[in-house]
Design a protein around this ligand. Structure first.
Ligand code: FES
Ligand code: FE2
Length: 369
């Protein structure tokens, strides 16, 4: 992030703290209860997540000579990095009778071989061998290779297409995302709609109460937020804001990004949470968390500090506070108290997220019509 942007955010936060205010939208908003329950909405969201650039892996998870299956909103993909380092993505299905080609991460130095009848593809996806090939006259004509899904590497992640991040590209480059080291990765299946998880990361209103006994002590009540197209950048004031003279933003605030639609970055003081949430039915989701540190731990003390931080932030704050609340909301949706929920002026990140999602879905439906 540019130094001027950091200074401007710090000034805004200081002004809010001095005035005992926080960033407020002009008006209150509403989100319909049905968006967390509707199979039709879920289908539209899945289609969107398969159409727009999304994070499907950390680049370091696909070593040279490896093939790694990933799931893009219910659609199986395989990421393949050849020994020279070139990364490609394909639909993870054999062109014979559709077997999942790579069920588990494996070494693939030269070829991918389907275990059912041994159709063989090279690492560019080209079909190179069909046992008893004379029985398939259509194959000689059509040469059905793997269906390619374009992937790119940006900011240390593998995306399905070039992410359109605008000025946030500069922010993320400035924080050195691309050179971060993946220290730990977890995946959990949780009993809530995927958007309820995103909702928990686009407002800071809940920190005082929900996180009272865990991280509340690190924060002041002031936060600011700005939208960049469908994406969001938020900054929540930390206690150091009032005591540190000429700081960088991460010395005095926690910066959050929503990389629309389903990835959230949380910039803790000395490491980064990268969260990607996928729908798994209307009332379940897959929560992926990657702990990114600026470099591999240099000694036991550093490893210990990051382990303790992971235990507090991921296993306590995210798992037992944010995700439990998302599940508690899902459980409450069966009681039809309201057709829509209230979004306060300080929670406007939710209105932005749901608005951007509805707009993206509407625009993809128009393109299809
Ligand atoms: S389904 Fe893959 S070779 Fe037959
Ligand atoms: Fe939270």
């Amino acid at each position: 992030m540019r130094a001027e942007t950091q200074a401007a955010l710090i000034d805004q936060l200081r002004a809010h703290v001095a005035a005992r205010t926080t960033g407020l939208a002009e008006r209150e908003a509403r989100v319909a209860r049905d968006v967390y329950l509707s199979p039709a909405v879920l289908d539209a969201e899945r289609a969107l997540l398969r159409r727009v650039p999304v994070v499907v892996a950390h680049a370091s998870e696909i070593a040279p000579g490896a093939a790694v299956p990933v799931d893009r909103a219910g659609e199986p993909l395989v990421l393949v990095r050849d020994p020279g380092g070139t990364l490609r993505g394909f639909l993870n299905v054999c062109r014979h009778r559709g077997t999942l080609l790579v069920p588990h991460a494996c070494t693939a130095r030269k070829a991918l071989v389907c275990r059912y009848h041994a159709w063989t593809y090279d690492l560019t996806g080209r079909l190179t061998h069909v046992p008893q090939g004379e029985a398939f006259p259509s194959v000689a004509e059509e040469r059905p290779g793997l269906v390619e899904v374009p992937v790119v590497e940006r900011h240390g992640f593998v995306w399905t297409g070039v992410p359109q991040l605008g000025v946030l590209d500069e922010d993320l480059a400035g924080f050195g995302l691309a050179s971060h080291h993946l220290l730990r990765a977890i995946t959990w299946r949780r009993a809530c709609n995927w958007k309820l998880v995103i909702d928990a990361f686009v407002e800071g209103y809940h920190v005082t109460s929900l996180h009272h006994d865990s991280i509340r002590r690190f924060f002041l009540d002031a936060a600011v937020q700005e939208a960049f197209g469908p994406h969001l950048r938020s900054a929540g004031a930390r206690r150091e804001l009032t005591s540190t003279a000429a700081p960088e933003i991460r010395d005095v605030a926690t910066v959050f990004y929503l990389l629309f639609p389903n990835t959230v970055l949380v910039l803790h003081p000395d490491w980064i949470s990268a969260i990607t949430v996928w729908p798994d039915g209307v009332d379940h989701c897959r929560f992926e968390h990657r702990m990114l540190v600026p470099h591999a731990p240099r000694d036991d003390a550093e490893r210990d500090r990051w382990d303790r931080s992971h235990a507090l932030i991921v296993e306590q704050v995210f798992a037992r506070e944010d995700l439990e609340i998302a599940e508690a909301i899902q459980a409450g949706l069966g009681a039809h108290a309201d057709d829509s929920f209230r979004i306060g002026r300080q929670e406007h990140g939710l209105a932005h997220f749901h608005g951007a999602l509805a707009a993206a879905i509407a625009s993809s439906s128009c393109q299809r019509a």
